[in-house]
Design a protein around this ligand. Structure first.
Ligand SMILES: [Zn+2]
Ligand SMILES: [Zn+2]
Length: 354
């Protein structure tokens, strides 16, 4: 302990009302089973906008996020370790799974900290200090080593969005046998495109935004269609009238979800990843008679996130390709303002920028 690093640091809070509050606080000390990270990258997430940036809502289960440093997509370098930490040491490059669970419930034992229902569950940037600061204390149970190939920005992308997209593809058992429809090409949709390509699938992307469609082409989508009335016809034509083996909804819209069911082939697999909204559909023609499997999927597990970083390194995939805007930590307010326009890809605060 007592390592050489600053004792006072800059951090960013989200007090609500679309404001970012810059604070100067003491650098925290790592306790037993924890490490202190010098933050290198922290990306912004749609969930921050929905639940914290504009107003603090309790839609995620009575959560409290008052007075903590924001940011739940952390990546950084270990500069100090607490007692009893054997698997991480100073200088290690890590990304952080964005939630620490109780550690003893069924879901935590599986590594699905996201599903933990116990009051000890804490998400970085929501119920405990997060990534938008110069330093952050992380529990080693939530840390994953970054392979050399991956950058800190890549790590931040994995800690939430790419992990979520990967899990959805794992649920549907995506392989090179499949044509995968990705409905909605926001950051999670773009992650799904890159990962499905990496798994060897042929990928069709659909969105209503020209910018996002152009982005999807750039990151390797085999076909990109405008999400208009004719999109199902186009998907059917592309697949020889059969439909896609896998459809992943990342739009969260009722139309998008319905179209996933419509576009799925006989015996197809459909995954709902996009949050919120509703959907109404006729089960007989769309689900039963097509023998579809419909999966809901939420975030991922520690083990699958670990598997994902090695997959990315082996396949030479850099998730930071989907970043369209980068800001220095001191410019976090501007980062949120730009992100809130809804016209960006992923927005990342890069602590190595001045
Ligand atoms: Zn996130
Ligand atoms: Zn738990």
């Amino acid at each position: 302990m007592g390592k050489e690093y600053k004792k006072i640091m800059l951090g960013m809070k989200l007090p609500g009302g679309a404001r970012v509050q810059s604070v100067t606080v003491e650098v925290p000390e790592p306790g037993p089973g924890q490490v202190l990270l010098k933050m290198k990258a922290a990306s912004l997430c749609g969930s921050d906008l929905k639940y914290i940036y504009y107003e603090h809502t309790d839609k995620t289960g009575g959560a409290r996020y008052d007075n903590v440093i924001a940011g739940h997509e952390p990546s950084g370098q270990v500069v100090d370790v607490g007692e009893g930490v054997l698997d991480f040491k100073e200088g290690d490059r890590v990304l952080v799974y964005h939630i620490q669970g109780c550690g003893y419930c069924d879901e935590c034992r599986k590594g699905f900290f996201i599903n933990c229902q116990n009051p000890e569950r804490r998400a970085y940037g929501w119920q405990r200090d997060g990534a938008l600061a110069e330093y952050m204390v992380a529990d080693v149970s939530t840390c994953i080593h970054l392979p050399d190939f991956l950058t800190y920005e890549d790590g931040a992308m994995v800690s939430c969005g790419f992990g979520t997209a990967y899990q959805g593809l794992l649920r549907a058992d995506v392989s090179g046998d499949d044509r995968v429809l990705v409905m909605g090409l926001g950051p999670v949709g773009q992650a799904a495109v890159m990962l499905a390509k990496g798994l060897g699938a042929e990928v069709i992307g659909v969105d209503i935004s020209e910018e996002r469609m152009a982005m999807a082409e750039k990151i390797g989508c085999d076909a990109v269609y405008q999400g208009d009335e004719s999109v199902i016809e186009k998907i059917m034509a592309y697949t020889g009238g059969k439909g896609v083996e896998v459809a992943v909804d990342c739009s969260g819209s009722s139309v998008g979800r319905h179209r996933c069911l419509e576009a799925a082939a006989m015996w197809g697999r459909v995954v709902f990843l996009g949050e919120q909204g509703t959907v109404t559909f006729e089960p007989s023609p769309l689900l039963l008679h097509k023998n579809l499997t419909l999966h809901g999927s939420w975030v991922t597990s520690m083990a699958n996130m670990e598997k994902l970083v090695h997959f990315l390194a082996r396949k030479k995939i850099h998730p930071n390709e989907i970043i369209t805007h980068r800001f220095a930590l001191k410019d976090t307010e501007e980062a949120y303002r730009v992100f809130a326009t809804g016209k960006t890809g992923k927005v990342c605060v890069n602590m190595e920028m001045e």
